[in-house]
Design a protein around this ligand. Sequence first.
Ligand code: SF4
Length: 261
Amino acid sequence: MAEPARKVDIIDARPAFTQAEADALNARFDGVDTLTMLRTVFAEGLAGNVAVVSSFGTESAVLLDLVAKADPTVPVIFVDTLKMFTETLDYRDTLIRTLGFTDSRVVAPDAAVLAAKDETGLRWSYDPDGCCEIRKVEPMKRAKDGLDAWISGRKAFQSVTRQNLPRFEVEDGRLKINPLGDWTKTDLEAWFEAHDLPRHPLEAQGYLSIGCEPCTSKVLPGEDPRAGRWRGWDKVECGIHSPISPIPVADPDDPANMPVF
Ligand code: SF4
């Protein structure tokens, strides 16, 4: 009897998402309110294996509330750099509990890498880029392994470095969703009030954008809300987010822009 044909494994190295698919999603949800968009994305599985990433900062509750209302089983990922404010860790626990999330995940820096590259724990003071690389960027990469898409809380108004923020973009072959990209500070405040969301305990003290304790300071009246991050350095982002490319203009009548899911 002839041997059965040997089954050959084929590794599919295609990216989970292409720019054309992100463009199609931007066109499909143009003008659709954020909560309806998220509910549809989750219900139809448009983002595949997706998680929301949160820093549990001053504005994080709005995105988390929207995601929880749409689907509280969506995993919530927190990168604990081991340099966070105690208040942030407490706030995280409060939000996870009150919003009803069922899958909370924490990723931390690799202990061996910390021992080799930041033995004193002071790398932030002379090489913040290197510190962010080992405490944020590398753990974040690990957290995204296995994900097709992730949800970010970035907003265009936060900084000039975040202008032209599309709702859907592609980063390293993965879909990145920015549900609050076009929200204003007024929109966020209104959502906080309407849904009675708890505030980060440090906000009332003047911390408007909160990251790691050594690299976060209070923001003075009239300053950019992120001016308190890495004050004194020319650093404005931690490296988790790639530079933003302009929003492509998608023609919804072009077959290339039709959804392909
Ligand atoms: S924000 Fe500061 S302490 Fe945190 S990882 Fe970056 S440099 Fe290090």
